[in-house]
Design a protein around this ligand. Structure first.
Ligand code: BES
Ligand code: ZN
Ligand code: ZN
Length: 490
């Protein structure tokens, strides 16, 4: 995929026209033959293409070449999501239209044009690592050229930035889609080390099983010890050698496969639990995106990696674990394992001088019940941080919806008879009790106050989101862009 802004009015490959609903005129008609323009306007006047948002109509032409009409919906409702979705729709509709596209949008604003380009990049993804390829399978790169008035070259840095962030999003998707027989905790660690080789300002460190044992990471160990592929914690340190001070610290749940453990999940659709490492893939992709786009600030990433398997060595319901924080946890359900590994990751984050801590986790089915696949659940102990994450997500079309941190849920999670906390709340409000559990492991800063922290439950948004236009299926890589936006715009 290569997108560029062109200044000349040539039409190369398929012509792509963005059209607002209710318009019958092609406004951005630079370089269009009169006949072709008349033909398209006849289609619009006849109402054969209503230009509703997220619709597309290919018009196959003879000597005039092919045209793709992209519906943008109503002009007064159009925003950056409209253009991002339209860019994605172009890539999704490209079958039989070749690989070269010349685009004319009705808006030439940088903001809209860049959103369109971003949509093109994000949708140009497939996970085919395990597919045998035929010799004649062509994987030609798509070329998208946008004529948008006189701005040649001026958007190159922004396009480079989109390319860098997209690279991180695709890495997150690749790791999420990778089958769990090949993607296990130490395989993730190795990929992280390999990735960091490309950037002189990014370092990866790994706490392996033995070190985790000796450091007393009872949550991580308790979840991962039932698997022959042992758990680990992976640290990403961006610009740590050249900067000092506090750093945004992002922690991810990385369960490479969640069987439920001894509290075994039902068999139906259990394969989907390979996505249970979603949070850790977002950490990985984000760190790569920040490095790739030349971010010079200090950032820390922590991935809590384990495979949740039942075995003779697995944690039982009823066991009590001693977490890295020193707090004891009564395990009432081994399927509530994400919170156990995060407990140790959050506490570790506190040792690394965090400015704030954000965790991402495919944590609860209850969050999917609450918000479907449309929004990530967002909890925070800090109103300002919550608002900034929400705003950053909105700006890039990734919704993170505020949810409550209620004392009643904290009470549920701390009323174990035999341990400091328990890993299971009552039946209702399961996403809130999970967040309330995590809050017990958010460390205090120098001021004696809990460090600003936010929890993002991506169980519904990291995968299977049919309405996410940026991806055909599988892992979405959601929030690599939100967090890249949050971190780099400040
Ligand atoms: N990984 C699951 C949560 C999940 C469910 C993610 C569906 C994506 C889609 C998590 O570890 C889990 O099993 N949570 C339990 C918690 C319960 C035992 C308190 C759940 O949500 O049922
Ligand atoms: Zn589970
Ligand atoms: Zn899980």
């Amino acid at each position: 995929m290569k997108a560029s802004i062109i200044e000349n009015e040539n039409i190369d490959g398929t012509l792509v026209l963005g059209i607002y609903e209710g318009t019958t005129e092609v406004v951005n008609d630079a370089g269009m033959a009169k006949d072709l323009k008349a033909k398209i306007e006849t289609i619009l006047e006849a109402g054969d293409f209503k230009a509703k948002k997220d619709t597309a109509l290919p018009v196959i032409g003879g000597t005039e070449g092919n045209t793709l009409l992209l519906g943008l919906g109503k002009e007064d409702k159009a925003d950056s999501s409209t253009f991002r979705n339209a860019g994605a729709k172009l890539v999704a509709s490209k079958k039989y239209l070749g690989n070269k596209f010349t685009v004319r949008l009705p808006s030439n604003s940088n903001h809209d044009v860049l959103a369109f380009i971003e949509g093109c990049y994000l949708r140009d993804y497939k996970y085919d690592a395990y597919l045998s390829k035929d010799d004649d399978d062509s994987d030609d790169d798509i070329e998208v050229m946008i004529y948008a008035g006189e701005k040649t070259g001026s958007l190159d840095p922004e396009i480079k930035r989109i390319e860098g962030v997209t690279k991180g999003v695709f890495t997150s998707r690749d790791l999420g889609n990778c089958p769990p027989n090949d993607m296990y905790p130490m395989a993730y660690a190795q990929r992280a080390r390999d990735m960091a080789q490309s950037y002189s300002n990014l370092d990866v460190e790994v706490i392996n099983y033995e070190e985790a044992l000796s450091q007393g990471m009872g949550g991580l160990i308790g979840v991962g010890k039932g698997s022959s592929r042992k758990p680990c914690m992976v640290f990403f340190k961006l610009n740590h050698k050249t900067t000092t001070g506090k750093a945004p610290t992002i922690v991810g749940k990385g369960i490479t496969f969640d069987t439920g453990g001894i509290s075994l999940k039902p068999g139906l659709n259990m394969d989907e639990m390979k996505y249970d490492m979603g949070g850790s893939t977002v950490v990985f992709g984000l760190m790569q995106a920040l490095a790739e786009t030349g971010y010079e600030g200090r950032v820390t990433g922590i991935a809590c990696m384990a495979e949740n398997m039942p075995s003779a060595d697995a944690t039982r319901p009823g066991d009590v674990l001693k977490s890295y924080s020193g707090k004891t946890i009564e395990v009432l359900n081994t399927d509530a394992e994400g919170r156990l590994v995060l407990a140790d990751g959050l506490w570790k984050a506190g040792e690394l001088n965090p400015e704030y801590i954000i965790d991402l986790a495919t944590l609860t089915g209850a969050c999917v019940i609450a918000l479907g696949h449309e929004a990530t659940g967002l909890w925070s102990n800090d109103d300002d941080l919550r608002q900034r994450i929400h705003d950053s997500g909105n700006e890039v079309g990734e919704l993170a919806w505020p949810m409550p941190l209620l004392p009643a849920f904290e009470k549920q999670m701390t009323d174990s008879k035999i341990a400091d906390v328990r890993n299971l709340g009552e039946r209702w409000g399961g996403a809130n009790s999970a967040a309330a559990f995590l809050k017990q492991f958010v460390p205090e800063g120098d001021d004696g106050e809990q460090i600003p922290w936010a929890h993002m439950d991506i169980a519904g948004t990291f995968w299977g989101a049919k309405t996410n236009k940026m991806v055909a299926h599988g892992a979405t890589g959601v929030h690599v862009r939100t967090l890249h936006n949050l971190i780099t715009k400040n």
